[in-house]
Ligand binder design. Structure first.
Ligand code: G3H
Ligand code: 13P
Ligand code: ZN
Ligand code: NA
Length: 283
């Protein structure tokens, strides 16, 4: 069934695990996410970025996830990932999303607070929780020196102000992860994560989690991360499988014979993530 993210995060908080938030762009990936969650008996968050909505269309995304959730035995939330446009958030709420993120991390603090609070007002009126972001996620290209960290990473005191003044339900801090593939090994600032969690008390969200070593993900969950975002690892598995199938069978012209194995491969990757996050058996 389709549920609000609050229900999932409350249970994750009590159980000390995290719920996977997996990005989708098409039917096969929605199906892979739902199959993986069902086999693992896990709650799950299916999320769509603005890029995904632009690619597939808001109606298609909502319909695909509704269909998946309707016949599913596990609780499913549909989340807007990195919303930056107020009207887009409203459209998602109207369309049936059960969770939204407003990403004002590129804005000055006061502006981020103002915009995020506006989103919280409309979302809460509809009974929907909001994820906010404070601090800049580094690009995979950027090497950040220790002295530069304070400029990019989330300041714990600012996080308190941000959470209190916006009323957000979950916070995505910047602690050293990046979207996409890492060049080397990411260096996460666990001390900062710990302080942010202690001071704010809200469930934390880890972005850019593809490519982060399993032990680091585990440690972040121990410190209060309750939602872990995964996109790149799914994309990579999906497309690598397409490449493998086409290389071994270059004359293949049936999309089902190409996308079917890719869907199966994506399901396997998502199952592994669910077990890493500890949400298996929780639905
Ligand atoms: O936050 C980034 C997500 O991986 C979504 O990426 O904007 O290419 O859909 P995208
Ligand atoms: P990755 O692509 O690194 O998994 O990041 C996903 C993400 O944070 C989506 O919001
Ligand atoms: Zn992200
Ligand atoms: Na990443």
């Amino acid at each position: 069934s389709l549920v609000t993210i609050s229900e999932l995060l409350t249970r994750a908080e009590a159980g000390g695990y995290a719920v996977g938030a997996f990005n989708c762009n098409n039917m096969e990936i929605v199906q892979a996410i739902i199959s993986a969650a069902e086999v693992e008996r896990s709650p799950v968050i299916i999320q769509a970025s603005q890029g995904a909505i632009k690619y597939a269309g808001l109606g298609y995304i909502t319909s695909l996830v509704r269909e998946a959730a309707l016949f599913s035995e596990v609780p499913v939330a549909l989340h807007l990932d990195h919303g930056t446009d107020f009207q887009q958030v409203v459209n998602c709420l109207r369309s049936g999303f059960t969770s939204v993120m407003f990403d004002g991390s590129h804005l000055p603090l006061e502006e981020n607070i103002k915009m995020t609070r506006k989103v919280v007002e409309v979302a809460h009126a509809a009974g929907i929780a909001v994820e906010g972001e404070l601090g800049r996620l580094r690009g995979i290209e950027d090497e950040i020196s220790v002295s530069e960290r304070d400029a990019f990473f989330t300041d714990p005191q600012e996080a308190v102000t941000f959470v209190q003044e916006t009323g957000i339900d979950a916070l995505a801090p910047s602690i050293g992860t990046a979207h996409g593939r890492y060049r080397g090994k990411p260096e996460l600032d666990f001390e900062r994560l710990h302080r942010i969690r202690e001071l704010t008390g809200v469930p934390l969200v880890l972005h850019g989690s593809s490519g982060v070593p399993g032990e680091d993900i585990r440690r972040a969950i121990e410190l209060g991360v309750r939602k872990v975002n995964i996109d790149t690892d799914i994309r990579q598995a999906f497309v690598e499988e397409i490449r493998r199938v086409l290389a071994s069978d270059p004359d293949q012209i049936d999309p089902r014979k190409v996308l079917g194995p890719a869907r199966t491969r994506a399901t396997e990757v998502i199952r592994e993530k669910i077990r890493l996050f500890g949400s298996n058996g929780k639905a």
